[in-house]
Design a protein around this ligand. Structure first.
Ligand code: SF4
Length: 244
């Protein structure tokens, strides 16, 4: 083992949970690492237990890598590892180390992020990232400020950077009735994405209230508790605005 491998393996991260056979977070079958800690407070968040930077369990990149290697035969040609959260950009050094180890073994690396931050350490993480799942939550500044807690310019700058670097992106948006699904909202979203050469796919996901119990247990109000689940018809209608 080289000195750089030893350094990569010893990088520490706080992990919320691990999932062995993920099928919805990137292509193929994936090992999914959910990082602990998020600086945002999305009103639609279904993982409020990942917000705290003190929770989760500390593990080294080497430990996580050794575990995911056991599932390698299931990845096939398409699958690999996805790091999600929480917000993985907050632990960029750890994710970079894990992805670098995976890259050395030819394992596909995918980052699921809100795109809320960009700095030198995150650029290094992008050096070893094959695909980014970028969660675009709303199309207006006012909604980003109110329901996410950052500026809309942050994910857009992140997307600009991915395009400039030629890193493929899948855009994901949770469709929330009355919040981001009006004709104007959807046209605006489509406009923000129009003409970007690195976008491979746009995924519209239904809003679900499954997380209600989690909020109750944590003693936190769920801001969207009164909003009904998104229907398949609503998703199908919304997709028509993104046809390219
Ligand atoms: S970025 Fe993700 S984890 Fe963080 S609050 Fe938003 S939905 Fe939740």
């Amino acid at each position: 083992m080289s000195v750089s491998d030893v350094t990569l393996r010893s990088e520490l991260g706080r992990i919320a949970s691990l999932q062995s056979f993920g099928t919805v977070d990137g292509p193929g079958i994936r090992y999914v690492v959910f990082m602990q800690g998020c600086p945002l407070r999305c009103a639609c968040c279904h993982n409020p237990e990942t917000w705290s930077f003190d929770g989760g369990e500390e593990k080294t990149a080497g430990e996580v890598f050794d575990t995911l290697l056991r599932y390698r035969s299931y990845f096939g040609r398409e699958g690999g590892v996805t790091v999600s959260g929480g917000e993985p950009l907050m632990q960029a050094a750890f994710v970079r180390a894990l992805f670098a180890l995976c890259r050395d073994e030819g394992i596909h690396t995918c980052l699921d992020t809100s795109g809320c931050s960009l700095n030198a350490q995150i650029e290094e993480l992008l050096d070893v990232t094959d695909l980014v799942l970028l969660d675009l939550k709303y199309a207006s500044e006012a909604q980003y400020q109110r329901y996410v807690g950052c500026a809309l310019s942050a994910p857009l700058a992140f997307l600009d950077r991915l395009e400039a670097r030629g890193i493929p992106a899948w855009i994901r948006q949770v469709l929330i009735r009355g919040k981001n699904d009006s004709e104007q909202d959807l046209k605006q979203s489509a406009q923000l994405l129009d003409g970007r050469s690195n976008i491979q796919r746009i995924e519209l996901l239904p809003f679900r209230r499954l997380c209600l119990e989690k909020y109750k247990n944590l003693g936190i109000d769920f801001p969207f508790a009164e909003i009904d689940d998104t229907t398949e018809e609503e998703i199908a209608r919304a997709y028509t605005f993104f046809e390219r």
